[in-house]
Design a protein around this ligand. Structure first.
Ligand SMILES: *Cc1c(COP(=O)(O)O)cnc(C)c1O
Length: 345
């Protein structure tokens, strides 16, 4: 079988969520947007619910529908994008809770779904999503009178503990919400790690649950094993791959593995990236192509049946570093063509 194998450790996901939940002074929710960061919300959400998560967060209402299907009635499913035009039926039929981001959304919500639960998202300085302080002052009393289920904001620099923005946003969020009765939420993974001042009533960990920075103590969640389809000997002067990108200077044994940029393995991974044969690093040679990657296995005693892109020796953050991105993007880029194998559910 030439299909590459993506292993997803649900027990590690549960353990990571548990660790962040134990750290939180209040309740921990779980962020499962983007198909649970690419790992499959139909499997991940029930595993987290079994571990005790009761409040789930998604980006858009359509994602909430998939989470509701996976979880059944009961758990609260909050939609960061709020109540957009055309969302009313989805929100109503699947009991989703929009995080209202503006006065316009508030008006739309009370008009289309009077009495339907909602939360409020405030902008405490990131200038991305949520009501600004002036908008909030205008709406505050009316909105609070209708008992929002959550009042939340989001930190821009929580992965940099020493950044002054953290304290600034904490202060702003407090000024906007101190004294209200509704439960409050400010922190994703990074903010949860900043300490109890940042926790309020509900934390919203995402990436840490899936084994990524800044939760450096997370258990690794994903493994990605690529089958070697073929290997060959190249003599000095021969080239490898598209554009003759790599030219062999010494006799080289080249293994060709089955996965490529169509599977979310970015072309930027060459020329610096590597795959692993157990504990032995094997450099990528030449360009990553759509379905194939060529790798230097000259130094291995035997050519193994598979080489790993993700595993014990190289996690999502190491791959991200090699291509100049973040673990979030590596995860959410994982392709649809893998044989996805779940363990520990
Ligand atoms: C994505 C997101 C989270 C989760 O962030 P992580 O850094 O993955 O923990 C929490 N809150 C909001 C508003 C988000 O957009």
């Amino acid at each position: 079988m030439a299909q590459a194998k993506l292993t997803i450790d649900l027990a590690a996901i549960r353990a990571n969520w548990r660790a962040l939940a134990d750290l939180s002074t209040g309740e921990a929710g779980a962020v499962v947007k983007a198909d649970a960061y690419g790992l499959g919300v139909d499997r991940v959400a029930p595993a987290l619910a079994a571990e005790g998560a009761r409040r789930f967060f998604v980006a858009v209402a359509e994602e909430g529908v998939a989470v509701r299907r996976a979880l059944g009635p009961g758990p609260e499913i909050c939609v960061f994008g709020g109540h957009m035009e055309g969302d009313a039926a989805l929100l109503r039929d699947h009991k989703l809770v929009p995080m209202i981001n503006s006065i316009d959304q508030m008006l739309r919500h009370v008009e289309a779904l009077p009495g339907h639960p909602f939360g409020i998202q405030l902008d405490s300085g990131m200038n991305r999503l949520g009501m600004e302080p002036s908008e909030w002052s205008a709406l505050r009393e009316v909105a609070l009178a209708q008992n929002p289920v959550l009042v939340m904001s989001h930190l821009a620099c929580a992965d940099e503990p020493d950044h002054g923005m953290n304290a600034f946003q904490l202060r702003t969020f407090r000024e906007m919400t101190d004294g209200i009765d509704a439960p409050r939420s400010l922190s994703a993974t990074g903010g949860t790690l900043l300490g109890p001042d940042y926790h309020f009533d509900v934390t919203r960990p995402g990436i840490g649950v899936y084994g990524g920075r800044p939760f450096v103590d997370a258990k690794p969640v994903v493994g990605l094993s690529l089958p070697v389809i073929q290997h060959r000997e190249c003599t000095p002067g021969e080239s490898v791959g598209y554009g003759n990108q790599h030219v062999c200077r010494v006799p080289t044994r080249v293994a060709t593995v089955s996965a490529g940029y169509a599977d979310g393995i970015q072309r930027y991974l060459s020329p610096k990236g590597a795959l692993w044969a157990g504990d032995i690093r094997c450099k990528i040679l030449g360009r990553v192509s759509m379905d194939l990657i060529t790798v230097d296995v000259t130094h291995l005693k035997t050519v193994p049946p598979t080489l790993d892109l993700l595993g014990d020796r190289q996690g999502i953050d190491q791959v991200a570093d090699a291509i100049g991105t973040i673990g979030y993007e590596v995860l959410t880029s994982l392709g649809r063509r893998y044989n996805r194998v779940y363990s520990g559910g």
